[in-house]
Design a protein around this ligand. Sequence first.
Ligand code: NDP
Length: 491
Amino acid sequence: MVLAVRYPEQLGTIPHAFINGAGCSGVGAVRPLTDPATGRVFLETNESSPEQAQNAVQAAKAALPAWSDTAPGKRADVLFRLAGLIEAQADELAVVEALNVGKPLSQAKRDVGRAADYFRFYAGCCDKLNGDTIPLGPDKTALTVMEPVGVTVHILPWNYPISTLARGVAPALAAGATVVAKPSELTPLSAIMVAQLAIEAGLLDGVLNVVCGAGSVGETLCTHPDTAHVTFTGSTQTGRSVMQSASAPIAGVTLELGGKSPVVVLADADLDAAADGIAKGIFFNAGQVCAAGARLICDRSVHDDLLEKLIQAAQKLTIGHPLDDPDLGPLVSSDQLSRVEGFVVRAKEAGFRCVTGGQRARPKGLEGGLFYEPTIFADVPANSEIAQSEIFGPVLITQLCDTFDEALTLSNNSPFGLVAGIYTANVTKAMRYARQVEAGQVFINGFLQGGDTVPFGGVKQSGIGREKGLAGLAAYTVEKSIVLNHAEGQL
Ligand code: NDP
């Protein structure tokens, strides 16, 4: 256990914003960054002002012609180099991320590795943004070219700051677009560090800018007349207002919003594999994951056996300081902790059966930290608040079913449609579920079993658009059609 956490020395040297190729101080309000495991302020930053946000968009606009005209192979070189630099600084980035978010160090390291992977994947796409030709007869030729969309704004969440940055920014840069990123005010540091590394990798000034803050910075970016696309990851409610803000410049939007993802377990499933996948899928990153498998929908005949395995898995998890690399770190903020506590208290008051957890965790020496016990409520009614709302904490509910059709109906009884999972030995049922469940991504016999190059995004109130994989490039390119009349005597 870390009783006297030694905070990394380089924290004090990280700038508070990054505009037009240079780190700068924010000129807005002071924002203390707090280690959620100890409550200690480890850095005071200054938020960016709305004027700085405007300057960042202007810098991105000014950099657009040079970056979009850079030969695709040269753009790829820069992104490949950036991937390498992120890997070379992985240890420092992971420590900063773990401390800032409160996530266990090995999970933070994995996020940093994923960020490098995203830059490498999209680097390989720079010279493959092919257009098309369309037959118009012998005298005319129609062709399409893929042009960069323009200035793109990326509003990032606090749960996966560096990997969410990379999965949106890398395809935008690959497409020749320019970027203003706004990390969450709670977790601004890794985005600024990546922007610094991008300059070292050879990125032109102004192509990748980062501004920070809360209150009106996001709205300033999204309503700016030069903003062409907004990519937002966060709550459904804020997603609606981001969409409204982006309507001012008629910017496109990619929205990756909330979820309450179902995981179905049928009677013929491998229960050990299911228990392992479900426990990881809800307790990873302390449940602060949009794709978390928050609803177990289980065949009644195996429910109690599976529940017992899940209780044991939950009770085995270690809880501690992120830099000690436990299974569970603290929640990111006291607001998030109160939110989780509120859901659990109301569920208990409603008489639902809490079979493990259900309260704050107070690991020795870190009693004031924002920790919450891995929690399970069993046999929860389908339309209750705790079955319908995204909690964004380490809280699993179970629901019972007697038939496959009932499992499917329960799965789709949600305003969300981000991810779904099923465990069964019956491939016909698995594929029927995959095709009929309302979700953007379905995992069969291995919930959240990886796939950072697989398209990701929601349906219903979980959002619109796709990130990751080749599909993730679509938001950042615009297909322009050109029709040439080459009939005799026309040229
Ligand atoms: P929000 O979803 O409320 O998003 C906050 C961000 O949105 C800030 O950067 C804010 O910037 C920006 N923003 C707010 N309004 C606008 C607007 N009209 N136009 C442009 N930008 C805007 O995140 P919170 O951190 O408050 O988390 C709230 C809940 O969201 C969590 O409890 C959790 O349930 C969920 N969440 C979901 C995530 C996911 O992965 N889907 C990730 C993180 C959180 P500014 O203040 O400058 O306007």
